[in-house]
Design a protein around this ligand. Structure first.
Ligand code: 6AU
Length: 361
């Protein structure tokens, strides 16, 4: 089910307002790249988001991997990330993989410490417990949207505030190195919307430190022309297929995911899957696909099969071109490289070329 329809055309027909926005963003930024920002501290997350922001359309988080996540709804990690997302034009996707009875997932989504619905445009659900989880989350999203509209109408400002300036993002940039990954970032706060990465050090899988000093200064206001704020909407991706070896998501499960998505077209944007699952003419779902790595630039014929812990990798060309998925999700391929900013651009280019070839073929 590899569609040759362009993202621009799909923006016009998408049922979900966030999908429509995301397709337009993809066209404007020539990007179908989602960064999986699986880092360990708030500073690493915000620095990475700010540095890679121009190359991506979605930034995926696992908030529970962040050792010092700040839960304050106005000034905490989620709110600060939302500001960076608005500045660069990308959506936030909390990869929470909700998987419980409807009532519990509803509370986990909207309440508790993280209040995911407040700062994350998109989240995902593992539908093994049944369709009730999707029904409950859709219901929570409707109520959230009504509350937000009421707040805007009555000018009650709850939730993430608009920034007066970006300086508040530049206050505490001391990054504590962790064994496998350390990112030192120095911000040029006074220069406004600019960031410079002074040096990035990664420890490779062989534990050989690689130093790659470079500067990064390619973000300017011009690149935001035409990108308006994301609509006040929330969207869901159903975990319909997984990238991991020997997973138990069989065809029957995947079919039930598609069925549930069709029942909630105004809330479900699409799937986390390994292939496009659109089969009916009315299916307008997007597919985002993890398990993506490129061979090193100086050895393009090399094959990166997996991570030795069950993860299986495919190239952007196969994922987007051959299997018809829309967005590639890349984590360690980018963040463990010697230079994540350059590497993110390489992935963006490859995935975009694969899309262009797909629609032209
Ligand atoms: O590129 P990696 O292997 O470093 O990271 C892949 C990211 C991780 C996983 O938790 C997530 O993608 N993931 C998912 C998602 C997005 O739901 C599903 C899946 O089937 N495989 C997978 O790796 O953050």
């Amino acid at each position: 089910h590899v569609t040759k329809t362009s993202f621009a055309a799909r923006a016009e027909t998408a049922t979900h307002p966030l999908s429509s926005y995301l397709f337009r963003l993809m066209v404007l930024k020539n990007s179908n790249l989602c960064l999986s920002a699986d880092v360990s501290t708030t500073n690493q997350l915000l620095s990475l988001a700010n540095a890679v922001g121009p190359s991506i359309v979605v930034l995926k988080t696992h908030y529970d991997l962040i050792s010092n996540w700040d839960y304050n709804p106005q000034t905490g990690t989620g709110a600060r990330l939302a500001r960076i997302a608005r500045r660069h034009g990308f959506l936030i996707f909390e990869d929470r993989k909700f998987g419980d009875i409807g009532n519990t997932v509803q509370l986990q989504y909207t309440e508790g410490t993280a209040k995911i619905i407040e700062w994350s445009h998109i989240t995902n659900v593992n539908m093994v417990p049944g369709k009730a989880a999707v029904d409950a989350m859709a219901d929570a999203a409707v109520r959230w949207r009504e509350r937000k509209r009421y707040e805007v109408k009555t000018d009650i400002s709850v939730g993430t505030p608009r920034p007066e300036s970006i300086d508040s993002d530049c206050e505490d940039e001391t990054v504590t190195p962790i064994p496998e990954y350390s990112l030192e970032v120095e911000r040029n706060c006074n220069a406004g919307r600019k960031a410079s990465i002074v040096s990035i050090t990664t420890v490779s899988q062989h534990f050989e430190p690689v130093n790659s000093p470079r500067s990064y200064d390619n973000f300017d206001d011009e690149s935001l022309e035409g990108i308006e704020d994301a609509p006040m909407e929330r969207g869901l991706l159903i975990l319909a297929q997984m990238s991991s070896k020997g997973n138990f998501m069989n065809r029957e499960y995947t079919d039930a995911c598609v069925e549930s998505a069709r029942e909630h077209k105004d809330y479900v944007m699409g799937f986390i899957a390994q292939e496009s699952l659109n089969t009916e003419p009315d299916d307008q779902f997007m597919t985002m696909t993890p398990g993506c790595q490129l061979p090193p630039e100086d050895d393009e014929d090399a094959v990166v099969e997996g991570d030795g812990r069950g993860q299986q990798y495919n190239t952007p060309t196969k994922i987007v071109g051959l299997l018809g998925n829309d967005i590639i999700i890349v984590g360690r391929g980018i963040i463990f490289s010697a230079d994540p900013v350059v590497e993110a651009e390489r992935y963006r280019r490859k995935a975009w070329e694969a899309y262009q070839e797909r629609i032209a073929s």
